[in-house]
Design a binder for this molecule. Structure first.
Ligand SMILES: NC(=O)c1ccc[n+]([C@@H]2O[C@H](COP(=O)([O-])OP(=O)(O)OC[C@H]3O[C@@H](n4cnc5c(N)ncnc54)[C@H](OP(=O)(O)O)[C@@H]3O)[C@@H](O)[C@H]2O)c1
Length: 372
């Protein structure tokens, strides 16, 4: 039954595009206006971090001047103040796992400017948009976020409350929303439960630790040696160095009521052995699972292994909707969670920011500051 739910969920929330997306084609696949031979037309232009092929961030990402786009039906043009960097931005820059190229983001080269997490001001609204108006301060999902302007679906943008500045809002989008859905909606973490976060130092994990703590759980977080203090600072009750041995064997707090699997691609069998007999395993992701699928098959097949078991094994693809961002903003403003910013970068240094993620050096989130 769960498998049916998962597949339906993925298809509903991430529909394969049936028409060419109206979002920033100009900010991406059109010729950059500062390339030799490009003629600047009457279209307004903007600066954007784009790539003309897939590859390592430092090799392919450049700050270019490109045509600005206009919002289509149900869409909004955002004047971008800041763009958060997430794993999705890295996947969509490298084009790996290759599976991501099948989801409408470009087969041979990225279709959009880099980035999907945005904070800024509504500059124009498309037909049918009633919830947002020009001048609104917003944050949310926008393909091509790392540019002076980005087009977003209105239902993927939340109003930014006064107590949340643009840099922190830009870092409170995909990673944070994924963490919220993993902890609250799929993991169903309750007060007093023991929770293991595998990959607690990254974008998703740094929020997951805090959200699980806010729910009253006893949290164990794993990270590499240099990031253990960072994870402890997020409020984790126990920290485990995943480079020093198998965290599933040595982790304090085992067996766990809930395991949130964000890194390491460990076999489902080993994860289950660290769970209580009625525990929940939520596989969110993990790098290093191969260039073709990135280990996605492990995620998809996990629920099958739980059939007939009292353990609940699940995976999900994060739903992109403003309702999760509204909840996160309320939690941040109330001080229940902090937005863990590691570094900010000016727009021309955005490629270095993404390269830090690729190298595995960042703690929490990096943000590119773009607008005033
Ligand atoms: N299902 C979804 O909808 C969804 C949404 C967003 C993200 N994701 C996926 O979730 C994963 C985590 O995303 P993220 O943004 O948090 O990435 P990230 O910021 O790069 O963090 C990766 C985390 O994995 C840890 N890690 C690396 N090797 C590990 C190992 N062998 N064992 C345990 N942990 C290890 C890292 O720890 P150290 O750096 O300390 O080594 C770090 O905490 C990615 O694969 C991403 O694609 C899925």
């Amino acid at each position: 039954m769960f498998v049916t739910y998962t597949v339906r969920h993925i298809l509903e929330d991430n529909p394969m595009p049936t028409t060419a997306p109206s979002t920033p084609l100009a900010a991406s696949r059109s010729r950059a206006l500062d390339e030799p031979g490009a003629a600047g037309g009457a279209m307004p232009t903007m600066r954007a971090i784009t790539a003309d092929r897939y590859g390592a961030p430092a090799d392919v990402l450049r700050l270019r001047r490109v045509e600005r786009t206009t919002p289509g039906k149900g869409e909004v043009l955002v004047s971008v103040a800041a763009a958060g960097l997430s794993r999705a931005a890295l996947h969509l820059t490298t084009g790996t796992p290759y599976l991501v190229r099948l989801f409408g983001f470009g087969f041979r080269a990225p279709k959009h400017a880099m980035g999907i997490e945005v904070a800024g001001t509504v500059a124009a609204v498309g037909a049918g948009v009633e919830r947002l108006a020009v001048g609104d301060q917003v944050f949310g999902y926008a393909p091509g976020a790392c540019a002076e302007f980005a087009v977003a679906r209105a239902d993927k943008l939340a109003l930014r409350p006064e107590g949340l500045d643009v840099v922190h809002a830009a870092a409170l989008v995909d990673s944070a929303s994924t963490a919220l859905q993993a902890v609250r909606d799929h993991g169903r973490v309750q007060a007093g439960e023991r929770v293991l976060v595998l990959g607690a130092s990254g974008g998703v994990g740094s929020f997951a630790v805090q959200i699980a703590k806010a729910a009253g759980a006893e949290v164990t977080g794993t990270a590499s040696t240099a990031k253990l203090l960072f994870v402890a600072g997020l409020g984790a009750d126990h920290v485990v160095d995943h480079t020093a041995g198998d965290p599933l064997r040595v982790a304090d707090g085992a067996p766990f009521d809930v395991i949130l699997d964000l890194g390491g691609n460990r076999p489902v069998k080993a994860l289950r052995q660290a769970l209580t007999s009625t525990g929940r395993l939520v596989i969110v992701g993990g790098e290093g699972g191969g260039k073709l699928t990135g280990g996605f098959q492990r995620q998809i097949l996990a629920p099958l292994r739980g059939v007939g078991s009292s353990q609940d094994l699940m995976t999900f693809v994060s739903t992109e909707h403003h309702r999760f961002l509204d909840d996160l903003a309320a939690m941040a403003v109330a001080g229940e969670i902090a937005v863990p910013i590691d570094r900010t970068h000016p727009i021309d240094e955005a490629p270095q920011g993404l390269a830090r993620m690729e190298a595995g050096t960042l703690r929490g989130k990096d943000v590119v500051v773009i607008g005033p």
